[in-house]
Design a protein around this ligand. Structure first.
Ligand code: GCB
Length: 652
């Protein structure tokens, strides 16, 4: 018999030889964490704010608003960070604003951070939608394009330039979308003077959520030493009770640093150690990371502490320490199954949005924790980050609670032929790079989704998605890659390149509205056609129906609570047959109602939530809850206290 240790090591070493992570990553995006060598200062709270309402939206740049306090260049509003600015005031012009908005605030930086030249001071913005330019004391420190991923700049040099000056941070954010941004959009000028005022324009988008804008996630200052751990990548495996964590650490600032890596378990006991920038930690009797409801102890994490030491010019030993939570688990896909730790995993979950009253897409801890409690109440074991990457804090919650994630890029609404050109492709590849760089170490993330409902039947879509998917696999050969399609199975150009077919359909809603009786036949056909052609496992990645909460009708009619329940039940009957074969998951559209642009099919937003926007259950939530717990009881290994007595569940 082959020795499991050698076998594992070989496997991981081969994988890492293929995947030289740190050479592919220019700059790491390690989540900021405090340690004995790193400090954090949060800059959330009230910032000064002004929208540039000038006709070309460029006055702020022409008048260099970044050179002085914003309040000195004109009137300002109080604006909370993080939050979308759109729903904060009573002004419809701000709700629907397109163009540059300006934020600024002054920060007291500990004098030690400025005086000690061994300290790097980094300014980090968790995300700002869409394009941002950042200045410190009037000096431009960075710019970034893309609304859902973090960006940062080292600002120690600027601060040391004038240590007596206060640290004024100015951030200009522009929510204008073009055919080359992700998501794409375009500005249309309406020039008929008999119908529109002079200079009138609208922004057309091809996605179904409100284009909320502003600084959506935390802004932080954090420190590291000048020689520091820039990035860490881990890949895990196990065999016969032995866990293995192959790691790769990228160091910046010196080529002479020494590294020690220590792995501790939940009780703080050291279970493995290694030295050097690359290596394999072997864990005897490893506790694996399991999804919620699949195991008695879901979401188990080890702590991997990287300790870097380097000698300074004066001979002192300088240190950097960073601790990464690590879950040991594997992910594999066969032609009919999705395997986590070699066991079949069935996605019974939801699609979400970052969306709530007043805050829009602004990060909000009470909302995040409430949503996790609701997902667990529902018996959901997974969600897709439709239709963009979510705050990394949410992924940490998923890691700890064992909620499985399909991590989606902001490639939503790629529907115009001009969005398949070289500039769009180059940007898409960059965004996948940023996404994988940020999220590669999360055990909860089991698959990348590169896009949602692109025009995948258009001729250029084949080469475009072949390139994006190949690039994503090169960045991370350990996870399957998909995109989410609603095109016809025979004309879909990207399906040959995905590992899992994710298909959206709204039977008896957008097609055959009101005709519940067609669902069973049409859904069967849908599955048989996709599987017949591609022989790949399938996730029903969206299905659902709008409900105006409190609207009742029997027999059911569209928009009533009863109709949503009937749509769900009709889909579920087919899922129950097909999940014995090749259907590996079902994700309801949507977890909660969410805001959209105004339009004749949207009554103050999309109402397909099984919860309202205020997170109260509709009848469909109970239907789903009964089902998800039943599936979990059939397939998982649950501790007795989680075995939900289905008889107690209320049915509508
Ligand atoms: C879809 C989209 C999603 C929409 C949903 C709907 O296919 O992926 O963004 O919100 O349909 O409700 O129309």
């Amino acid at each position: 018999m082959a020795c499991p240790v050698k076998h594992l090591q070989l496997h991981l070493i081969l994988l890492f030889a293929l995947w030289d992570v740190c050479s592919m990553i220019n700059s790491g995006m390690l989540f900021p964490r405090e340690s004995s060598s790193r400090e954090i200062k949060e800059l959330n709270g009230l910032w000064s704010f002004r929208a540039d309402l000038s006709p070309n939206r460029n006055l702020g740049f022409e008048q260099a608003w970044y050179k002085r306090r914003l309040a000195e260049t004109g009137p300002v509003l109080d604006m909370p960070v993080p939050a979308s600015y759109n729903d904060i005031t009573q002004d419809p012009k701000l709700r629907d604003f397109i163009g540059w908005v300006w934020y600024d605030r002054e920060v007291v930086v500990p004098s030690r951070w400025v005086a000690d030249k061994n300290i790097r001071v980094v300014l980090r913005v968790g995300s700002a939608h869409y394009s941002s330019v950042v200045w410190v004391n009037g000096v431009k420190v960075t710019e970034h394009h893309g609304g859902h991923l973090p960006f940062e700049a080292e600002i120690g040099g600027v601060l040391r330039g004038d240590p007596t000056a206060p640290c004024r941070i100015t951030i200009a954010v522009n929510n204008t979308l073009t055919l080359q941004t992700l998501p794409p959009g375009n500005i249309q000028y309406l020039n008929d003077p008999s119908r529109y005022p002079k200079g009138y324009f609208v922004q057309n988008t091809y996605f179904d959520f409100f284009n909320y804008a502003g600084i959506h996630r935390s802004v932080l200052l954090y420190t590291t030493p000048q020689t520091y751990v820039n990035d860490i990548a881990v890949v895990t495996d196990f065999a016969d009770g032995l866990g293995a964590i192959a790691y790769d650490v990228a160091v910046s600032g010196s080529s002479n640093a020494s590294l020690k890596v220590t792995l501790t378990d939940g009780e703080g006991r050291c279970v493995a150690a290694a030295t050097g920038p690359k290596g394999v930690l072997k864990v005897v009797d490893a506790t694996l990371w399991w999804p919620y409801l699949m195991h008695e102890r879901p979401g188990f994490l080890y702590n991997m502490e990287v300790c870097l030491q380097v000698a300074s010019a004066r001979g002192e030993v300088l240190e950097d320490r960073y601790t990464l939570p690590v879950g040991i688990r594997t992910v594999k896909v066969t032609s009919t199954q999705f395997l986590i730790n070699n066991k079949p995993f069935y996605f019974h979950g939801v699609n979400k949005h970052e969306d709530s009253d007043i805050r829009g897409k602004g990060f909000d801890w009470p909302l995040v924790v409430k949503d996790f409690n609701l997902m667990k109440w529902l018996g959901a074991n997974s969600f897709r980050t439709s239709h963009y990457p979510y705050d990394e804090e949410i992924l940490h919650m998923c890691d700890r609670h064992g909620i499985v994630v399909i991590d989606e890029s902001p490639g939503v609404g790629i529907r115009d032929i001009r969005s398949f050109g070289n500039a769009s492709l180059a940007h898409h590849l960059d965004v996948m790079g940023e996404l994988v760089t940020r999220d590669k170490n999360h055990p909860s993330v089991v698959m990348w989704s590169v896009a949602n409902e692109p025009a995948s039947e258009m001729p250029p879509a084949g080469l475009y998605f072949e390139t994006v998917i190949a690039h994503t696999k090169a960045l991370d050969p350990t996870r399957p890659v998909t995109y989410v399609t609603n095109s016809n199975y025979a004309r879909d150009k990207g399906a040959p390149f995905v590992d899992v077919i994710c298909v959206n359909s709204y039977l008896s809603w957008y097609h055959d509205p009101g005709a519940l009786e067609v669902i069973s036949l049409q859904l069967n056909t849908q599955f048989e056609e996709w599987y017949g052609k591609y022989k790949k496992p399938i996730i029903q990645s969206e299905y659902g129906a709008d409900v105006v909460p409190g609207l009742h009708s029997d027999p059911p009619v569209m928009f009533s609570e009863e109709y949503q329940v009937m749509v769900l039940r009709s889909y579920h009957e087919v899922f129950d047959q097909k999940r014995k074969q090749y259907v590996i998951g079902e994700l309801i559209w949507n977890f909660a109602d969410f805001m959209t642009a105004q339009g004749v099919t949207r009554v103050v937003g999309n109402k397909k939530g099984i919860f309202t926007r205020q997170r109260q259950p509709k009848a469909g939530a109970y239907t789903l809850r009964e089902r998800y717990w039943r599936i979990a009881n059939e397939t998982g290994l649950l501790p007795p206290w989680t075995k939900y007595p289905c008889s107690q569940l209320r049915s509508p």
